[in-house]
Design a protein around this ligand. Sequence first.
Ligand code: ADP
Ligand code: MG
Length: 602
Amino acid sequence: MSPIRVLASELIDQIAAGEVIERPASVVKELVENSLDAGARRIEIDVQQGGIGLVRVRDDGSGVPAHELPLALARHATSKIASLDDLQSVMTLGFRGEALPSIASVSRFRLASRTEGSDHGVELLAEGGTVMPPRPSPQPRGTTVEVRDLFFNVPARRKFVRSDATEIGHIARLTERLALSRADVAFRLRHADRLLLDAPAEPGASAEERVRAVLGDEFLTNAIPVEHSAGAISLRGWIGLPTAARAQADEQFWFVNGRSVRDRLLMNAVRLAYRDVLYHGRFPAYVLYLDLDPRGVDVNAHPSKLEVRFRDSRPVHDFVMHTLERILAATKPDASARPPVAAHPAGVEYPREQALLGLAGHAAPPAAPGLWKLAAEQLAVRETDAACGVLALRGLGTDLPGSGSPAQPTPLGTAVGQIHGVYIVAQSHEGLVLVDMHAAHERVLYERLKAQSAAAGIPSQHLLQPLVLDVKPHELDALLERRAEWERAGFEIDAFGPSQVAVRRVPALAVGRDIAQLVRSVLVDLDLGASAHHLDEAADRFLGTLACRTAIRAHRRLTLPEMDALLRQMETTDRTNQCNHGRPTWTRLTLPELDQLFLRGR
Ligand code: ADP
Ligand code: MG
């Protein structure tokens, strides 16, 4: 072993660079954060060769005073905090004084800056960490940083850099996050002179306009606004409709006190809020801004500052979860009725990155499926549901308030018939409504079961004669294991020998139905983990399964009053815009849309 030595300062910088500068996108992140901290109103990012050739960030911020310029490249030199107290309430994005020396140590670096009062700019060049003396340079107010030939002197790191396309993808997604974090600052990103993102910031422009510039109209059309605060903590932004959930988790944005984070606690709170409305394996889209007292958040918990630590995490988690849960409970056909799925989808989903490049390169998104393709898809999904809802209609009383001739126009209107044993056709004051009757009824029953179970308990009835069923021994074990759940759902079932059970009591909604088949199908579903495409962590899987198995099945003929009753129940039950599988339950064609189909009034 060699003797203990103090490492050369360039080497220390290069080691530090390994922590903060992983790839070209990290350079963009650090430079843009510095620009934001300097109060910039306009930030221009130019990139060449995936950021390896060049990253240039120009801002119109405060600039670095000429005499401080060499310090900007010194390790642990920062203008942002001076004490531990400052760190605890830090509101700037940077505070460690590590980024610039790290970047300069692994690139050919230039920083030019000019402050408000000074009549000329000053620049500083560095190569692989060796800093040249400052010299005058023409420069408008603000700062320009150029980083060329990244990792030219650290081949080990250079090897981990991927293709230009991959690296620019990282940079583009990062820039989106930064642009979403500050609607009041203009951002522009160019790669090899191609404009990838242009997010202007006219005075008075709203956060909504920024979201539209970054994520497109599609996101806002399918999102619900969020705005809620309690004391010093506030949550605002947009969450995607459950029925517009995506195959990828690529439109999920969290900002805590203006800082973009990917925080597990917060992501989990969202997941739980959606657990009763989202199809398994689908991801909600959202842009959420959480603001709270900076002393309640430790932003120094993670090297890349991507995760934060909340001093008191439980209340934060619950605040987010309950706020979103409440908003999602209101996804039902109401006065502001917007169908959970558009009859003419504006476009199909395509990954974020492609969307961003599409925005810049005018690449057309894939063709949108029409109403009929969508209907066909729903029919196809329906087949996987064929086993579901083998029981007949129950609980569709025709004596509900609102049925008959309502004084107020109802969002789902009046039923006119049933087609293909699957859809209810209704006429609303706005046009034509189509309802997937099994899907809708399943949700109505599920919500009712949950409410009953939470209140007085699910009403149930004793059978005059116990029903004796043959079961397999492992089914018997499974049943006894979950006995409490069966009981809570209104069943009383005992073992009756090694391969038989006696059903003595059943939930009221199952009375008069084929109990044997109901019990068996619930058993099978539970055994299969409540079927692979069911709700992601449903609030109550057992009740969801029971609802699915009890809901009206396809090809059951409904009378018009029964159909109307279902429509009225949908309007008064939470979450009925989507079934227990997270799929939409209804759609609508407005009169203008119908007229358009027939070229009327042109
Ligand atoms: P930190 O951001 O953690 O303070 P950096 O190494 O990123 O550390 O930057 C060092 C210092 O250089 C900052 O504290 C700031 O004073 C100055 N600086 C860096 N970039 C800019 C900029 N774009 N505009 C004004 N000052 C800057
Ligand atoms: Mg910084």
